[in-house]
Design a protein around this ligand. Structure first.
Ligand code: NAD
Length: 367
């Protein structure tokens, strides 16, 4: 089965489960939102698969509302207008998007374009003075990410990366337990995330649009997960790669394993692939116990267990809680989750190191 389709089907299973699960809560109830009547008005830029998922999920938001679109495909405009009630004055293309600066109906632009366009699109939107959420991976490399952060700082706008799991209840509970010391000192983390990619002609397999392969696209989940499982930044990185289909993966990486060493002495052993399924898990081992999320990184439902037994958290639509949660940060000053541009940069630094280790061999020291 095409893996993206499977991802989306899993989402529908998750949504279906929501309707019947005794553990499910409406997004707004699950995140303790302050409602003052204000809403964050959002335009989506790049109306592909993920933008559709975000737009559907936003129908359930209380603090965020879809009010605009940016698209280079005129045929999509009537469908989006009728599905989401978007007026003509809030419809832009990639040439006119600068005019969004003067539009009081839009507070934030959510960039869901292919990875290698994130850098130019963030610079473009920062110049309009609108807040930004940019999808993962934040950029092609750390240098681009630094430039994006600097542009947002200069423009005085908020800048987030779409790490939706930071609002996901199982992930948040695992992080809470780790911070509370319930696992004891973290000794080892074992994370992996991958899937078998379909259409050989898609942009994800073209370096000029994707920046890289599995590592950039989904390896970033295993990496980000290693950082939130330990609460530390790695000081060294090693990586190994295999390519079993050099034709399909001529331009980008197929399967990579990578290891991270942390200042405490904890180790993370991680993997990512574009060439097989059933590869999605976060497992942390501490001196006092363990935590496992499996599945850990897709749209869910996420499941988890620890040394105390099965975890029992609400099942939510990730994109709904993310959009309401970030709106709460912007509108009400709730503290930012680990989804800021700086967090995206920290992952880009490690991804650069993974690729450098593959090119040169040996460990890349990040001290
Ligand atoms: P997609 O191909 O379905 O959509 C990409 C959109 O960008 C399309 O509408 C396309 O028309 C548009 N686009 C604009 N300029 C383009 C150009 N020059 N070339 C090609 N397309 C162009 O891809 P997607 O799956 O929606 O992914 C978009 C972004 O969202 C990626 O950065 C991806 O990593 C991210 N994503 C995140 C999640 C998540 O769970 N956070 C899930 C899926 C995708």
């Amino acid at each position: 089965m095409h893996s993206r389709r499977r991802f989306i089907q899993n989402l529908s299973i998750g949504l279906g489960a929501m309707a019947f699960s005794p553990f499910s809560l409406p997004a707004s109830e699950s995140s303790g939102l302050q409602t003052t009547g204000k809403q964050l008005r959002v335009a989506l830029m790049g109306l592909g698969g993920y933008a559709n998922i975000v737009a559907r999920a936003m129908k359930e938001c209380r603090l965020a509302k879809l009010t605009g679109i940016v698209t280079g495909t005129p045929s999509k405009i009537p469908v989006w207008k009728s599905n989401y009630g978007i007026p003509d004055k809030n419809v832009y293309n990639y040439q006119t998007v600068g005019e969004i600066a003067g539009n009081p109906d839009i507070d934030l632009v959510y960039i869901t374009t292919p990875n290698s366009l994130h850098h130019q699109h963030v610079l473009q939107i920062a110049a309009t003075g609108k807040h930004i959420i940019c999808e993962k991976p934040l950029a092609d490399n750390a240098q681009q990410a630094r430039e994006m952060i600097a542009a947002c700082k200069k423009a005085g706008v908020r800048f987030y990366v779409g790490y939706r799991l930071h609002f996901e209840p199982y992930t948040r509970e695992l992080i809470r337990m780790r911070k509370a010391g319930e696992f004891g000192r973290i000794m080892h983390v074992n994370n992996y995330m991958g899937f078998r990619i379909g259409d050989p002609n898609q942009w994800r397999l073209k370096k000029s649009l994707a920046g890289g392969g599995a590592m950039m696209d989904v390896g970033v989940y295993a990496l980000n997960g290693a950082r939130y499982a330990t609460g530390e930044e790695p000081v060294w990185v090693t990586a190994q790669e295999t390519k079993t289909d050099p034709v399909k993966f001529a331009e980008v990486d197929e399967t990579i394993t990578f290891q991270l060493g942390f200042p405490s002495g904890a180790l993370a052993s991680c993997g990512t692939t574009y060439n097989f399924n059933n590869y999605e898990r976060l497992y942390l081992i501490g001196e006092k116990g363990f935590g496992e999320l499996s599945p850990a990184f897709g749209y869910g439902p996420i499941r988890g267990r620890t040394h105390l037994g099965a975890m029992n958290q609400p099942v939510v639509t990730h994109q709904t809680v993310q959009m309401d949660g970030l709106a709460d940060c912007i509108l009400n000053g709730t503290p930012d989750p680990d989804m800021t541009g700086e967090e995206g940069l920290k992952d880009m630094i490690v991804i650069d190191a993974v690729y450098e280790s593959l090119r040169k061999g040996g460990a890349k020291i990040l001290l």
